[in-house]
Design a protein around this ligand. Sequence first.
Ligand code: AMP
Ligand code: MG
Length: 298
Amino acid sequence: MAAKKKSTKTKASATKPTEPLSALLRLPSGPVDLSAIDTAATPGYPGAGKADAPALTEALTPELSELQERLYANGRSEVEGAPSVLVLLQGMDTSGKGGVIRHAMGLVDPQGIQLTSFKVPTPEERKHHYLWRIRRALPKPGMIGIFDRSQYEDVLVVRVEQLVPVSEWNGRYDEINDFEKKAAEAGTTIIKCFLHVSFAEQKERLTARLASPAKYWKYNPRDVDARAKWPAYQEAYTDALERCNTDHAPWFVIPADRKWYRNWAVAQLLREHLIGLDLSWPEATFDVAAEKARVAKS
Ligand code: AMP
Ligand code: MG
């Protein structure tokens, strides 16, 4: 019996990262060299490897659920300046934006999630400034917003594919910083995640998508065209990371060659940021004693 108790305890404490991921994965300010960041690393991972990952990620559920419910409750009760959280996901094709949404964001109540996937702009979106569709998708108070791609596409694909002249995209970095600052000041905690996958791993994943009819739907022939421009994309990502890495909207670089680490890491980052909000349950907006008496009598 005693031995059993001991092993349960060890397991529980080993579910926490060895150091906060918000420090370990935070991109330092200054020049960025993506090639120097190991895409297969597992910083802060408390387990031995892949086999531990489902249990470690699952172990986050009760705490994440409660933290998210507090956030949601604060939004619902229209607490003055109720916060929101935005998890912004960027990365090359196959880096796992969808996987993170399914496996990490899937741990919390869907009612508290506001998910937006940004595609090639629609004719309607094209009539507006590029930040128009982004602003509309910002999470409401109490919500966790998820951006599957984001405003950064307007300095990534738009830059690499030369969809607008350099004079136009070059001014966007400062514009994005200002936009994010306003959102942060309005109460949104912004967590920008760059899912950093290697060129070799991307090939593996594209190959896997072609190996099974169950994965054809994930395969887009255009991904191979983007792959052919890998260095240009890495350069564009480097600039986006370097020029838009602010204290109000920092970048986190998530090594993404190991799917199990990537999913666990993003869930952890969300957990740490929710804890950082230090939210209490909203006060009752009614007389609790009087309502107890009314219910008892009813
Ligand atoms: P997926 O995320 O695989 O569904 O693909 C969405 C596609 O939309 C990607 O090829 C993106 O590069 C593209 N996309 C997203 N935002 C923009 C944008 N602002 N301008 C041009 N293409 C975009
Ligand atoms: Mg795709």
